[in-house]
Design a protein around this ligand. Structure first.
Ligand SMILES: [Fe+2]
Ligand SMILES: [Fe+2]
Length: 151
């Protein structure tokens, strides 16, 4: 019953979540300045959520008799989320986070459609939950961006 589009999207989402953890962690260390503190706290909090997402996706793959990928299959995609040259460039990180969250939102929307087409309501339900989390992250960072643009 394992649907290839569903498992492919799950494996891709798993690696995306891990790349997000890596880049959020790096940026939470790299950023400097008073205005960076709130962003760093938020990134640290999100890291835990993204790790939980990866775990949930990995567990679902296992239930589908598949396994989550290791690093050999990894291909970096988050070019917008690399640590900024200037460590006080908070805006660059905010924009990178927004791009990553948009990308995750798109992936989970595709996963919802694929799971529905494959008659896999459990994966669909998981994708809906993950989509809601990523939309909440996006809202949070849109708020940071608004605040940042005002100053
Ligand atoms: Fe996530
Ligand atoms: Fe997220």
């Amino acid at each position: 019953m394992t649907d290839e589009t569903v498992t492919e999207l799950l494996r891709r989402a798993y690696l995306d979540e891990m790349e997000t953890v890596l880049n959020y962690q790096t940026n939470a260390i790299v950023l400097d300045g008073v205005r960076a503190e709130e962003i760093k706290d938020s990134l640290r909090q999100d890291i835990q959520e993204e790790l939980t997402h990866a775990d949930q996706i990995g567990q679902r793959l296992k239930q589908l008799d598949e396994s989550p990928p290791g690093s050999a299959e990894f291909e970096a995609r988050q070019h917008d989320l690399q640590p900024p040259e200037e460590s006080t460039n908070v805006l660059s990180v905010i924009d990178g986070v927004l791009a990553a969250e948009e990308d995750a939102i798109e992936t989970y929307r595709s996963l919802i459609d694929a799971a529905e087409a494959a008659d896999d309501p459990v994966t669909e339900d998981l994708a809906v939950t993950l989509l809601a989390d990523e939309e909440a992250h996006r809202t949070e960072f849109r708020g940071f961006k608004k605040e940042y643009m005002r100053e």
